[in-house]
Design a protein around this ligand. Sequence first.
Ligand code: TPP
Length: 549
Amino acid sequence: MKVSDLVVKCLEAEGVRYVFGLPGEENEDLLFSLQQSQKIKFIPVRHEQGAAFIADVFGRLTGRAGVCLSTLGPGATNLLTGVADAHLDKSPVVAITGQGSSQRLHKESHQNLDIVDMFRPITKWNASIRNPQITSEVVRKAFKLAEMEKPGATHFELPEDIAKLECDVEPITPTKLRRAAPDYKAIEQAIGLLKGAKYPLIMAGNGAIRKMASKHLRQFVQQTHIPVVSTFMGKGAISDRDEHSLFAVGMQSRDFPNCAIDKADLIITVGYDIAEYAPEFWNSERNNHVIHIDFLAAEVYNYYQPEVEIVSDVSGALWELNKRVEDDKIIFDHSWIKPLRKAMLEEFASYRLTGDRFTVPGTLCIIREIMNPGDILISDVGSHKIWIGRNYPVYEPNSVIISNGLASMGIAIPGGIAARLAHPERQVIAIMGDGGFMMNSQEIETAKRIGVGFTIIVFNDNDYGLISWKQRGHTGKSFGTGLTNPDFVKYAESFGIKGYAPQTLDELKKTLKDCIASRELNLVEIKINSDVNYELTEKLTTNRCEIAL
Ligand SMILES: Cc1ncc(C[n+]2csc(CCOP(=O)(O)OP(=O)(O)O)c2C)c(N)n1
């Protein structure tokens, strides 16, 4: 069998259904091998970054590695941002790059970059297939490491001369990997700390929505009545309808959930990623008592020094804790959070739109009413992300996808494609600013061509809004942020999809309802007034805790 055929057989053995990518001369053999596959569909994209972001969100939603493919040199450099996003967001992704002949990689030659070196800092592991006999090992290892906790990106390259060689190797069949059980002494110590606490608080991160952790976390909360704040990437770990939920932390300023953190005498972090929300935002005095529950040991970090680390499968740790808290009847009075939750719900509701001045948080209230609990919202990066993270209630894990590790703009349209492929039965919306939209809007063509439908919502403020917001907060002025835009409705129509720009509140409500329900690919441009951002900054200067606790 040819090596490129073997790679495809290995991908099939891994259960791969899609490869997202862009052709080049140097991955020609692999493409023709993919063409022969009955199980894998190759989806050509318009920019390699799109392929990597689709793989990233597909991996995050399914727990199985998303696969992206590029050619050498410029194709590989284009892939980098999406792969880096998967790396810091802990999404399983396998990136495959073509490469020039192994006869010329030691010297300066056309489009030759050291791709393995380039991908090394943004992957858990990577390698070049320079010998046909190692092919199955390389592919298996790439998938094993990408999907193993904590998940992330891996990469392998296939030089064009090696792809053509014959070999007699078989794919390695993946086997189920059991995750580590918690250490009983760590559980005992955690129970000891819980028994001594009066106001414990859970901080649920990205790891709390993987591998069934959310199910066990929900049981833990029901039994103990410990309240929960989630990070932006942990949204949905428990339902925001649950009276124990204090919504999400993620703003770099002090907001309502920080009042709960201040009052708590024990913080239990569950699947918390430091890359997402730095501990100095919630533990600046370094005086919080912390139990760390995660798949990996805590990063060494001045502001994050847990007293106990339960390093194991997060669900396994919660399962053990659930047994112990039931046996020992460890139950807390969580009535102290009631005023805080009430204040938050009232504040969220205060953003409801009443007239034709559209805002992001006001529109989110409408969207929340339209979307079913399991429907998926993909957020891009910008001020809209802050509002989605802060104000949009989430009821199910993985029903809101926010990139907060690398936090790269441009993820939302590729993410919408991934969400519809991963969950064709659910409604999907992709929300972005005008800046992020124009970064990967070319993938509308990909979505249209392959027939996936979702609603693209572009919040248009003719500005890199979040940066203006921050700059003005720091200096009172902004620079380098103003934009002009194409006519988004006509732009949408030029791809053969419907575009809308509602002007009145009634039109906005109807358009969103119809577009989302249609499950077609369509675009809604919402011209927004950004004053609400600055009003929030102003609000955050007042002492939220006095209002709410
Ligand atoms: C690829 C990338 N480039 C730059 C940034 C820095 N950045 C963060 S938010 C932002 C502005 C986003 O503007 P827009 O997409 O219009 O959304 P808005 O803030 O207006 O909601 C920028 C430039 C980034 N996060 N990612």
